[in-house]
Write a protein that binds this ligand. Structure first.
Ligand code: BG6
Length: 481
C-alpha cells in the first residue's frame, strides 16, 4: 500500500546561514562564532582560533555562496518541488556585534530578497532564529549564553526581524537543536561558551553548571520571544527544535531500561518538556542535583518559560544508538553518541541508519505532546563524485535515494499510526559545509556544489540522481517513495 501524507504537507529542505551563505564580511556583517572554526575531518577536529589567521582555511567564510546565488538556488528548489524552505537568519548580519541599537539595513534587505524569491516560487519559508551561531563579539564580552545579558540582546534581534518580515514569514523556530547545549560537543555550537579558547574544538570544555545555566537563559529567551510573537503577531506559528537522538536499551536487563530512560530524558526530553509544556519537568530537580548544578533562576523567569509554549514541535533525526550497563561497544563517528547497534548499518561518518527508529520516535513524541510535528532535518552525508557522461555532468547517489525513500516510508507509517506530522525538510538539499567537521566532502545535497575541502572549485550547481527521486516523491505527495 502506498503511503499517504495529509493534503498540504510541507516538503522541502533545510539549511543554516553560517554553513551556506558565505559572504561572511560583506555588506556590514559582523564575524560570527563559526567564522573562527577552521576545516577539519572525521579524524581531525576543527580548530578554533581567536583571531582569523590568514594562513588557515575557514570554510564557513565562503560557504557555498548562497548570498550571491540565492535566486538560482531557490529556482532549483522550486524545480524539485519544494513547498517549504528552512533557513536561518545570521544574527551578525542584522546586528554585527549583537549590541548595536540599530540594525544593519543591508543585512535586513538580503533576507527580504530571499523571502521574495521564495514567494515568487510558492515556497513557504521556515526560519530558524538561531542556528548554531551568534556574533563573535558576544562570545568575547559575555562568553556566549553563559551571560544573562544575551536574553535581552536576543529578544531585540528577534523583535527586529519579526517586525520586518511579519508579512513574509509565518513559521519560526527559536533555537536549532537546543538540547545539544547540554552536551560538551554540542554546546560549542549551541551556547558558544568559548571565550578565550584556542585549539582543537574537541578540547573546548565547559562544566555542567555552565551548560545548564546557559540553557536556562535560552529557555527564558525563547519563552519571551514566543510570547512576543503570540501577543503581537497572532498569525505566527512558533516551534522548538531538538536534535532527537533515539536510544534503545542494549538488553532487557531492567538496569538497561532505567539507564535508557535516563538517557532519553537527558538527551531528548529535558529541553522539549520545557519548551512544549512551559515548565521544568518533574525529574529536573534530581537531575540537577546529580550533575552538581545549582540554577540561578531570576524573578519572572518561570513565568516567561510558562508563557512561551511552542505551537509545534520540530526535530532533526539522523541516527539511533544503544545504551546499556553491560559491555557496549561505543560508536566512534563524529558527533555520535552511545553504543553500536548490531542490527544497523552506518554511514561513513559512523552515524547508524535507522528508518524504523524515525517511525518510533514520531510516535513517542506525538504520544507525549499531542501537537503538530515536523521533521526539519534528516539526511545522509556521503562522498559524491561528479562524473561526465555523454558530455553532461552527473552525480549517481543511489545510497542517498535509498536512505531518503526508507525514511519517507517510515514517516508514512507514522502518519498512518495517527501522528499529526505536517512537514519534512531534508538536511542540506544543496551541498554545504558540515557543522561537525567543516568538510565539503561530507555531502548531503540533491544538488552537487563544485567546492572542495581545500577551498578550490567553481561553485557550479549540478543535479544529482537524488534530485529527480525527491522530485517524484514530492510531486506524488509521498506516494512514490
Ligand atoms: C545537525 C545540525 O545537527 O546536523 C546541522 O543542525 C548539521 O547544522 C547537521 O550540519 C549535520 O551534521 P554535520 O556535522 O554532518 O554537518
Amino acid at each position: 500500500m502506498a503511503v499517504t501524507f495529509p493534503e498540504g504537507f510541507f516538503w522541502g529542505g533545510a539549511t543554516a546561514a553560517n554553513q551556506f551563505e558565505g559572504a561572511w564580511d560583506v555588506d556590514g556583517r559582523g564575524p560570527s562564532v563559526d567564522d573562527h572554526f577552521t576545516g577539519g575531518s572525521y579524524e581531525r577536529p576543527r580548530e578554533i582560533t581567536i583571531d582569523i589567521k590568514p594562513d588557515l582555511l575557514y570554510p564557513n567564510h565562503d560557504g557555498i555562496d548562497f548570498y550571491h546565488r540565492y535566486a538560482e538556488d531557490i529556482a532549483l528548489f522550486a524545480e524539485m518541488g519544494f513547498t517549504m524552505f528552512r533557513m536561518s537568519i545570521s544574527w551578525s548580519r542584522i546586528f554585527p556585534t549583537g549590541m548595536e541599537d540599530e540594525p544593519n539595513e543591508a543585512g535586513l534587505a538580503f533576507y527580504d530578497r530571499v523571502f521574495d524569491e521564495c514567494k515568487k516560487h510558492g515556497i513557504e519559508p521556515l526560519v530558524t532564529l538561531s542556528h548554531y551561531e551568534m556574533p563573535y563579539a558576544l562570545v568575547e564580552k559575555y562568553n556566549g549564553w553563559e551571560g544573562r545579558e544575551l536574553i535581552d540582546l536576543f529578544v531585540k534581534y528577534c523583535a527586529t526581524v519579526f517586525e520586518r518580515y511579519k508579512d513574509k514569514v509565518t513559521y519560526w523556530l527559536t533555537f536549532n537543536e537546543i538540547n545539544c547545549g547540554a552536551t560538551d560537543m554540542g554546546n560549542l555550537f549551541e551556547t558558544s561558551m568559548i571565550r578565550g579558547f584556542e585549539g582543537p574544538a574537541s578540547e573546548a570544555k565547559t562544566t555542567a553548571q555552565q551548560r545548564f545555566q546557559a540553557l536556562h537563559h535560552q529557555f527564558v529567551a525563547s519563552g519571551r520571544v514566543v510570547r512576543l510573537a503570540h501577543e503581537k503577531y497572532p498569525q505566527f506559528k512558533m516551534g522548538n527544535m531538538d536534535c532527537f537522538i533515539l536510544s534503545y536499551p542494549a538488553t532487557c536487563d531492567p538496569k538497561d531500561i532505567l539507564l535508557n530512560q535516563a538517557n532519553m530524558r537527558e538527551m531528548n526530553w529535558y529541553c522539549s518538556d520545557v519548551q512544549v509544556r512551559g515548565s521544568y519537568p518533574s525529574y529536573a530537580r534530581r537531575y540537577w542535583r546529580e550533575h552538581g548544578v545549582e540554577l540561578a533562576i531570576a524573578d519572572g523567569d518561570l513565568d516567561d518559560i510558562a508563557a512561551g509554549k511552542v505551537d509545534f514541535y520540530t526535530f532533526s533525526y539522523y541516527m539511533s544508538n544503544i545504551v546499556g550497563t553491560h559491555d557496549v561497544e561505543q560508536t566512534s563517528g563524529n558527533m555520535t553518541f552511545g553504543g553500536v547497534n548490531p542490527y544497523l548499518e552506518s554511514t561513513e561518518w559512523g552515524w547508524q541508519i535507522d528508518p524504523d527508529g524515525l517511525r518510533y520516535a514520531l510516535n513517542e513524541i506525538y504520544d507525549r505532546y499531542q501537537i503538530p510535528l515536523m521533521v526539519v532535518e534528516n539526511g545522509m552525508g556521503a562522498r559524491d563524485e561528479a562524473v561526465v557522461e555523454d558530455g553532461e555532468k552527473r552525480v549517481h547517489d543511489d545510497y542517498r535515494i535509498e536512505y531518503l525513500k526508507k525514511h519517507v516510508r517510515a514517516m508514512g507509517e507514522a502518519v498512518d499510526d495517527g501522528v499529526d506530522l505536517i512537514g519534512y525538510t531534508w538536511w542540506g538539499p544543496i551541498d554545504l559545509v558540515s557543522a561537525g567537521t567543516g568538510e565539503m566532502r561530507k555531502r548531503y545535497g540533491f544538488i552537487y556544489v563544485d567546492k572542495h575541502d581545500d577551498g578550490t572549485g567553481t561553485y557550479e550547481r549540478i543535479r544529482k540522481d537524488s534530485f529527480f527521486a525527491y522530485q517524484k516523491i514530492m510531486k506524488s505527495n509521498g506516494a512514490e517513495g
